[in-house]
Design a protein. Structure first.
Length: 326
C-alpha cells in the first residue's frame, strides 16, 4: 500500500559529513499503546543531531535510528488527551526527520497560542533543555544573574528570554560584536564579545553570577568559577571546549558551589511527561504573552537536510534551523 511508507532522512554508511544525509523510503510507524501518531509538518534541528550524524551520539535503546528530537504537526492516531486533528508539538528520542512519527502521548504539547508549525517545531528540545537545567537543576530565581555562553544558539536565544521572563538578569557571551548586539536585542542585560575580551571583569562589575548554563566546559571553567557568587550553580549541558575539568576543591568549598548537569534524551517518558506538564503551565503563557519569542533563522525542505546541517555547522544562524515537510 502506498500509504504504508514515508520519506525519512537516513545517514549514508551510518555516519559522516553533512552530505551523508539523504532521503529514503521507510515503513510508516504505527502508534503503540499510549502513543500518538503525528503527521509531521516541521522538525527542528539541534546540535545533538549533528553529533549523531557524526557517530558520536547514538540513540537510546528502543529509539528510532532516524535523526530528529522535536517536531510539530497534526495528530493522526490519538491517545490520552490527544484526538485526531489536534495541532501539537512533541519532544522525541529520535525519528523527527520524517513525514510521520510515533511518540508517547505524555511528551506531546499543544501548539502555543499564536505559533504556527514551523515555530512550534523549534520549541521542545530547547525549552525542555533550558527549563530542566536552568530552572530545575540551576534553581534560577527572580533577581539572580544567569551567565550564558553561546548567546545566539537555539539554546542561548531561548535561555535569555526565559530567564528574563522569570525576572532574572542575564550576562551573555558571544563570538563577535554582531552576535553580542543580537543578544542585547533579545534581552541580555550584558553581552560580551569574547573575541574582544573576557567576560570576567564585566561579570564582577555586575555583582557576579548565580547560575551558569554552560555548553563550553573546560576552557571557561576557571573564569566561570572566578565570578561565581556564594552558593552559585554551574550547570553543564555540553562540553564543546573540553570535557575534563581540573577542579580547585578548596575554592569550590569556599564558594559552596554546585557543579551539575544533565542530558535530556535518555530520560524516561514519565520524566519527560512531568517536564511537559510544568512547561505547559509555566512557559507556554510566556510565549502566548509575547515574553518569549520563537526565533527561526531559516527553513529547509526535508529533502535538503544535508544543506540544513551544513548551514547550522557554519555557525552564522540566530535561533533555530527547521526542516519542513511537503
Amino acid at each position: 500500500m502506498p500509504d504504508s511508507t514515508m520519506t525519512a532522512i537516513a545517514i549514508r554508511d551510518g555516519k559522516g559529513a553533512a552530505d551523508a544525509l539523504h532521503p529514503v523510503q521507510v515503513p510508516r510507524p504505527v502508534a503503540g499503546e499510549g502513543q500518538v501518531l503525528i503527521r509531521v509538518h516541521a522538525a527542528g534541528i539541534n546540535r545533538p543531531d549533528l553529533l549523531q550524524r557524526q557517530g558520536h551520539y547514538p540513540p537510546p535503546p528502543g529509539a528510532p535510528e532516524t535523526l530528529g528530537l522535536e517536531v510539530a504537526g497534526e495528530v493522526v492516531t490519538g491517545a490520552g488527551r490527544w484526538q485526531p486533528g489536534d495541532r501539537v508539538c512533541a519532544l522525541l528520542a529520535g525519528g523527527g526527520y520524517a513525514q510521520y512519527v510515533a511518540v508517547d502521548a505524555r511528551q506531546v504539547l499543544p501548539l502555543p497560542e499564536g505559533c504556527d508549525f514551523v515555530h512550534a517545531a523549534a520549541l521542545p528540545e530547547t525549552v525542555f533543555t533550558v527549563f530542566a537545567n536552568v530552572f530545575e537543576h540551576g534553581q534560577l530565581k527572580a533577581g539572580e544573574r544567569l551567565l550564558l555562553h553561546g548567546a545566539t544558539s537555539g539554546i542561548g536565544v531561548m535561555a535569555i528570554q526565559m530567564a528574563k521572563a522569570a525576572g532574572a538578569q542575564v550576562l551573555a557571551t558571544a563570538r563577535g560584536a554582531d552576535k553580542a548586539a543580537q543578544a542585547r536585542t533579545l534581552g541580555a542585560d550584558i553581552a560580551v564579545d569574547t573575541r574582544a575580551g573576557s567576560f570576567v571583569e564585566p561579570a564582577k562589575a555586575a555583582g557576579g553570577i548565580d547560575v551558569s548554563l554552560d555548553m563550553v566546559g573546560a576552557s571557561v571553567f576557571a573564569d566561570t568559577l572566578a565570578v561565581l557568587n556564594p552558593r552559585g550553580r554551574i550547570v553543564y549541558i555540553a562540553a564543546q571546549g573540553g570535557g575534563t575539568l581540573e577542579v580547585p576543591i578548596m575554592e569550590l568549598m569556599r564558594r559552596q558551589a554546585v557543579l551539575t548537569g544533565s542530558t535530556l534524551r535518555p530520560r524516561s517518558a514519565e520524566e519527560k511527561g512531568r517536564l511537559a506538564t510544568e512547561i505547559e503551565r509555566r512557559v507556554w503563557p510566556w510565549i502566548a504573552q509575547g515574553q518569549v519569542k520563537v526565533l527561526v533563522d531559516r527553513t529547509f525542505p526535508l529533502e535538503r537536510a544535508a544543506q540544513a546541517h551544513a548551514y547550522l555547522e557554519a555557525g552564522q544562524h540566530l535561533g533555530k534551523v527547521v526542516l519542513t515537510m511537503a
